[in-house]
Design a protein around this ligand. Structure first.
Ligand code: EPZ
Length: 420
């Protein structure tokens, strides 16, 4: 099982290009099921989760070809409408094939994703919305078994803001008869990018990016070419790593191929921590020197502070001046990184969904274990600033959402390597 070995103490400097957004690429790949024509995607990150989605779609008869960051998909004929447990259990986002399969084929059998380390993560809102669109859905032996002779437009009000729930319903509604309105919709940039991709395919969606999305059903969709937007969470992760590395000198990192306008809440918080962040249309430059100031936050749906950046900021707060309060409102168990950070010497008290972090002047390297994708990023950041050697185990979690993390950080001066 791969591990990362990190020798802390180097300020990061240099330039890094941001990859395409995992959480936009995954629904777009599923959207290929909505047409028999070719969908070609550019700026698709080379990640474990993307490879899993490729396997899932190939299993349905979709022709998927990868060349660098381009991915072409063609669902000329769909041979199977099933997402098996062995794939779904490794990637919850597999649920995103449910809406497209129902819309294109009128049936689907998708394993219930089950929970994961950060929470139970039910999909009741996906099921509720698809039922309102006219699907008949039952749960059988751990599978969602769904049928719909023809989906019909409906007005759906989700009980809570759900990103993939909004995406599943939006995709299903593109081929439904009549108009669908999704109220309380997720406003994430990945939802907006998916809507742009679907509209390029001939869908008629308006309001993406607001909490009210209107989809006018059309008889069919056609092929298209679309470029995936840059990954705002990867951007925030590298910004945070640069800021904490300023402990050891002047950190000065330029991030290119980015979309600064999709992470305002993160940039604001890092500026509050004392970083200088210059924003250009497709790039950012971050400079920092000395200990950051503690930053408190409360995660919430976009455009508020993203839950996917909570663990990374907690690593920064571990070595900040002052005490921070971090409140996680999206997932019920997303502090698993805290106990591992404590092994590095962090002072963290967990009280329900709030963590109180008292900054210490230094962390000390240790063996730690990744538990989920963003927790592993948090441990890498902490390892960059811990004195001595840190070994992060189970970094298959990291590879799900970050391309060659160790190579890209090493190019910025970090002492980090992958070991077996
Ligand atoms: C998406 O997950 C992202 N994944 C997650 O990123 C991200 O953390 C999350 O949105 C929140 O921003 C992808 O886009 C592939 P939700 P998703 O449905 O859609 C509850 C990462 O690190 N809920 O917005 O699964 C749910 O339990 C991953 O890249 C229901 O109760 O999240 C959670 O508490 C981790 N019923 C809250 O809503 C439902 O039917 C938000 O979940 C759906 C969700």
């Amino acid at each position: 099982m791969d591990k990362l070995r990190i020798e802390g103490g180097q300020p990061l400097a240099g330039e890094i290009a941001i990859a395409g957004a995992k959480n936009a690429a995954l629904p777009m790949m599923a959207a290929a099921l909505l047409t028999a024509e070719e969908l070609s995607l550019a700026n698709v990150p080379q990640l474990a989760d993307v490879a899993t989605m490729e396997r899932l779609l190939r299993g349905m008869g979709v022709v998927v070809e990868r060349s660098g960051d381009c991915c072409t998909l063609r669902a000329a004929a769909i041979a199977a409408t099933e997402a098996p447990y062995e794939l779904v259990k490794t990637m919850r986002a597999s649920i995103l094939v449910l809406g497209p399969l129902l819309a294109r084929c009128g049936r689907a059998r998708v394993s219930l994703p089950g929970g994961c380390a950060i929470g139970a993560r039910p999909v009741d809102q996906h099921i509720k919305g698809l039922t309102q669109l006219g699907a008949t859905i039952r749960i059988e032996h751990g599978y969602i078994v769904a049928e719909a002779r023809k989906l019909r437009g409906a007005r759906i009000v989700t009980d809570l803001v759900t990103v993939t729930g909004t995406e599943n319903l939006m995709m299903a509604a593109t081929l439904a008869e009549g108009e669908t309105v999704i109220e309380n919709a997720a406003r994430e940039p990945e939802v907006v990018d998916l809507a742009a991709c679907l509209n390029a395919m001939g869908a008629r969606i308006r309001g993406a990016g607001t909490d009210r999305i209107v989809i006018e059903g059309v008889p069919r969709l056609h092929g298209a070419h679309h470029r995936v937007l840059p990954d705002r969470i990867e951007t925030g992760t590298f910004l945070t790593a640069a800021v904490v590395s300023g402990l050891f000198g002047t950190a000065d990192v330029r991030l290119t191929a980015a979309a600064p306008g999709t992470l305002d809440a993160v940039i604001d918080k890092l500026r509050e921590a004392g970083a200088t962040i210059d924003v250009e249309p497709n790039a950012l430059r971050v400079r920092a020197r000395g200990r950051p100031r503690a930053i408190s936050l409360r995660t919430a749906p976009y455009p508020a502070f993203p839950t996917d950046m909570q663990a990374q900021i907690m690593a920064l707060d571990c070595v900040a001046q002052g005490t921070a309060r971090i409140t996680e409102t999206i997932f019920e168990n997303r502090f698993l990184h805290a106990v591992e950070l404590q092994r590095l010497g962090a002072a963290i008290d967990i009280d329900g969904n709030t963590a109180v972090v008292t900054g210490v002047s230094a962390l000390s390297g240790a063996h730690v274990m990744a538990t989920d994708l963003r927790a592993s990023a948090s441990l890498v950041i902490a390892g960059l600033v811990a004195e001595g050697e840190t070994v992060v185990d189970r970094i298959y979690h990291l590879d799900r959402g970050y391309e060659r993390m160790e190579q890209r950080l090493a190019a910025l001066g970090a002492r980090i390597a992958r070991i077996r």
